[in-house]
Design a protein around this ligand. Structure first.
Ligand SMILES: Cc1cc2nc3c(=O)[nH]c(=O)nc-3n(C[C@H](O)[C@H](O)[C@H](O)COP(=O)(O)OP(=O)(O)OC[C@H]3O[C@@H](n4cnc5c(N)ncnc54)[C@H](O)[C@@H]3O)c2cc1C
Length: 128
């Protein structure tokens, strides 16, 4: 094999009924199955690249919980993705798996500043 790109499983390889069940959890526009679009969620800052079978882009904590439950039930491997900037390949999906992109979960939930030495910020996974 040249480089570190691996073979690409199609979304069709997902368990029967999985995409339909996913559609009951998320709006259609938050589910990516097109291979060209999925490809852009298959890399990080390492040299690895792997096409995910499907990408889910949740907005809420509840959606994330439901997604993980669904994937567990169907034995679909999950890879969490922030911005894909890490260098270890850990954000590169497992073959045949689902990527949860946290791109839309970018709000700052709480910011407190009780003192200059003890500042705390509670934020969603993708907020800077
Ligand atoms: C040029 C450069 C300079 C850098 N400098 C620094 C630096 O000075 N200091 C520093 O600390 N780091 C530095 N980094 C590392 C950078 O901060 C990390 O790449 C970053 O923390 C990864 O965040 P990400 O959202 O892109 O995660 P990703 O790359 O998308 O994912 C990283 C890992 O976290 C997991 N993950 C992502 N989101 C979640 C989630 N919501 N829940 C659970 N798991 C999740 C992924 O599955 C993966 O295993 C640098 C990186 C680059 C490329």
């Amino acid at each position: 094999m040249s480089g570190s790109t691996e073979q690409t499983p199609p979304a069709a390889a997902l368990p029967e009924g999985f995409i339909k069940a996913l559609g009951e959890l998320l709006p259609r526009q938050r589910i990516v199955t097109d291979q060209a679009e999925c490809w852009t969620y298959g890399y990080d800052n390492s040299r690895r690249h792997q096409l995910p079978a499907v990408v889910a882009i949740p907005d809420t904590h509840e959606q994330v919980c439901s997604l993980l439950k669904l994937c567990h039930e169907h034995r679909v491997p999950v890879t969490a993705r922030g911005s894909g900037t890490a260098t270890t390949g850990a954000a590169v999906p497992v073959p045949g798996g689902l990527v949860i992109s946290f791109a839309r979960m970018d709000s700052c939930l709480l910011y407190t500043s009780p003192s200059p030495r003890d500042r705390t910020r509670t934020r969603m996974p993708s907020s800077a």
